[in-house]
Design a protein around this ligand. Structure first.
Ligand code: ADP
Length: 326
């Protein structure tokens, strides 16, 4: 039976890019396969953060995931740093990861540009920690957004190198994409991302959502209300395709092309449909936030389940790298 693994960085916020690009698949796939979902706090350390709020941020991320439908009866949800085998395996994998491959990672290049005052080695070796996250569970299916495919390819290369250097104990994991594996941010240009602050979170109120949508980029060639628009290049239309019903999407497409609907009305329709999805999620988030003991218990149980598998893999790894006795 294949195993599923996926992770999300703690930021306390889950945006609609995370949801449409990855978490929607987590919620589906947990019904079919043994699934492991992690709040990857150690990855988040590669960017500057406030240690005094980290625990709170992790807690809020956990409540948001549970509210989205991640179900502890069907999967293991845990915090990465609670299972130290991830970091132990990372070092070992570092010794079989080609330096040249790491230098080609576009996320490293992007994050280095965005954080030029903090280009730490962790930012560079980040994909090896991700490889360890996956290989420690010998996971086969990895539901992610498109931005993670390059890291996943590197994970496969690392598995191959380990297998050929020592012993073939790892299989090569495969990515699993949703129908929309890349959601653009409000700028209509860059990937929606917490670090770029161009996101719509699952917790927006009607007011904050409208503030964000009002300024969101549409078809830039459509200057006046009476100009016909081109939905194919409009990010608001892409969002409609994910959050609105089929009939409404068709109608918007037709109306936009003949200037029958303006961008403001189109955004208002989107807002209504987004709130239909997010309002029950917000309510569930409130519910879980009022039950911290329950949430911590879920994370603890998840970590215990994962530790069993991870320690077994580490035993096997130590045995084939020549460190069985220690
Ligand atoms: P962020 O990029 O906002 O920091 P994470 O790196 O924690 O988010 O990503 C968590 C999951 O969400 C990953 O599987 C990632 O591929 C997916 N994801 C993130 N941003 C997007 C996006 N804009 N569109 C689609 N999927 C995304």
């Amino acid at each position: 039976m294949p195993t599923v693994f996926s992770g999300i960085q703690p930021s306390g916020i889950i945006h609609i890019g995370n949801y449409i690009g990855a978490i929607k698949n987590w919620v589906k796939i947990q019904n079919d396969y043994p699934s492991i979902f992690s709040i990857v706090d150690l990855h988040a350390m590669t960017l500057r953060y406030d240690p005094s709020s980290m625990e709170n941020v992790i807690f809020n991320t956990a409540t948001a995931l549970l509210a989205c439908g991640v179900d502890p009866e069907k999967c293991s949800l845990f915090v990465q740093s609670a299972v130290h085998e991830h970091t132990e395996l990372t070092w070992i994998l570092t010794t079989v990861t080609p330096y040249g491959d790491l230098t080609r990672m576009t996320q490293f290049k992007d994050k280095s540009e965005q954080n030029s005052d903090n280009i730490n080695a962790g930012l560079f070796t980040y994909p090896i920690l991700m490889a360890a996250d996956i290989l420690i569970y010998k996971a086969d299916i990895i539901p992610v957004g498109e931005d993670q495919l390059q890291h996943l390819e590197l994970t496969r290369e690392v598995a191959r190198r380990f297998n050929s250097t020592f012993s073939p104990i790892f299989s090569e994991p495969k990515g699993m994409l949703t129908e929309t594996p890349k959601i653009l941010g409000l700028d209509g240009k860059y990937k929606m991302s917490k670090s770029l602050n161009n996101y719509i979170s699952l917790e927006e109120t009607e007011q904050t959502l409208w503030e964000k949508l009002r300024g969101a980029k549409t078809d830039e060639a459509r200057i006046k209300r009476t100009d016909p628009g081109n939905p194919d290049v409009c990010n608001i239309y892409t969002l409609h395709k994910n959050f609105s019903g089929e009939e409404e999407v068709k109608e918007i497409n037709t109306e936009c092309r003949k200037a029958g609907i303006g961008c403001v009305d189109c955004k208002k329709k989107l807002m209504k449909n987004l709130l239909t999805l997010t309002s029950p999620i917000r309510e569930k988030i409130e519910f879980f936030r009022s039950k911290p003991e329950k949430v911590y218990e879920i994370l603890e149980q998840g970590a215990q389940n994962c530790k069993k598998i991870a320690s077994q893999t580490m035993k096997e790894v130590k045995s084939v790298i020549g460190l069985k006795r220690f």
